[in-house]
Design a protein around this ligand. Structure first.
Ligand code: IPE
Ligand code: IPE
Ligand code: MG
Length: 288
């Protein structure tokens, strides 16, 4: 057990970081797209949207779109791992998605179980650390078990931090954090004055992770749909018109390249070096 953990730690410490991330171009005409890892976001969040429309545009049932969507999911997780992304948060099922038809919710629950059962060995072998964002207790029993097992099994892994939002609602996450802090105040363990942004952040599902740097949403919708309201406040957003099952690592790299070109200011200003305020000059000897 000890040696197993030690060897994992050593492996993760020497996890090869690619010098440049490259994707073989779809058309042989263009050069390979390249991006230096220093320009990569630390935390990417993705709203995987458009499965239903992908299926409907092919005259297929919506469930077929969700099944096709799990293929894209595999590719994007592998790419994130290959490229050395630190954290990836994927929106798989929202608290609002329960309002869909019984058939669709059933299909999604079935796929979720199938996905975890088939992928967990490979993800664990790659040292991926899985965290579920959302109310796992509110899931049906078999899914709850699979989600909990995945978290427990991978909790000491030091590779890609993979967060899967299931039964997740952003407002519900904020209310949950407020309740946890209120309970600590009631118990006398916390002074109300001690509640600051760090204390609040510590009660979120994503406690300890960096804020989201890049949010990607597929399917052409331009909204966040109750996803990570706290963590997204300064995220760069990139929207891709394709439906989620058509999203692949080439499109993903395009989003990363768009991110790399953004000027992130966080309310301040990024002065070009030459325009930086000049140092006060020393008074000259004649100026006395
Ligand atoms: C995203 O695809 C998957 C989930 C919400 C679970 P949708 O099912 O929302 O597909 P569209 O947006 O209706 O096309
Ligand atoms: C957001 O997509 C949820 C997931 C991708 C899991 P929705 O399809 O549910 O969002 P809306 O209804 O278009 O806002
Ligand atoms: Mg949708």
């Amino acid at each position: 057990m000890f040696f197993d953990r030690l060897s994992r730690l050593l492996n993760d410490a020497f996890r090869p970081k690619p010098k440049y991330i490259t994707v073989t171009p779809v058309s042989s005409a263009g050069p390979a797209q390249m991006l230096p890892p220093s320009k990569l976001p630390r935390h990417v969040a993705i709203i995987m949207d458009g499965n239903g429309r992908w299926a409907q545009s092919r005259g297929m049932p919506r469930s077929a779109g969700h099944a096709a969507g799990t293929e894209a999911l595999r590719d994007i997780i592998r790419a994130s791992d290959d490229w050395g992304i630190e954290a990836l948060s994927l929106y798989a099922f929202s608290t609002e998605n329960w309002s869909r038809s019984k058939e669709e919710v059933g299909a999604l629950m079935g796929l979720l179980l199938k996905y975890f059962n088939s992928e967990i060995d490979e993800l664990d072998a790659k040292h991926v650390k899985i965290t579920i964002l959302g109310d796992v207790d509110g899931m049906p029993e078999p899914q709850r078990e699979a989600l909990r097992n995945a978290m427990v099994r991978t909790k000491d892994n030091a590779g890609l931090k993979l967060n899967i939002a299931v039964n997740y609602g952003g407002r519900a996450e904020l209310v949950r954090a407020a309740k946890a802090l209120a309970a600590q105040v009631k118990d006398g363990a916390l002074e109300p004055e001690a509640i600051d942004e760090a204390a609040f952040e510590g009660q979120l599902y994503t406690a300890g992770l960096p804020d989201v740097d890049l949010l990607i949403r597929t399917s052409g919708e331009l909204r966040t749909s109750n996803f990570l309201p706290w963590q997204l406040v300064y995220a760069e957003m990139v929207f891709d018109d394709c439906f989620w099952p058509d999203f692949d690592r080439t499109r993903y790299l395009k989003c990363l390249r768009a991110y790399a070109e953004r000027d992130r200011r966080f309310g301040g200003r990024n002065e070009p070096a030459e325009a930086a305020p000049a140092k006060p000059t020393q008074p000259s000897e004649t100026e006395t």
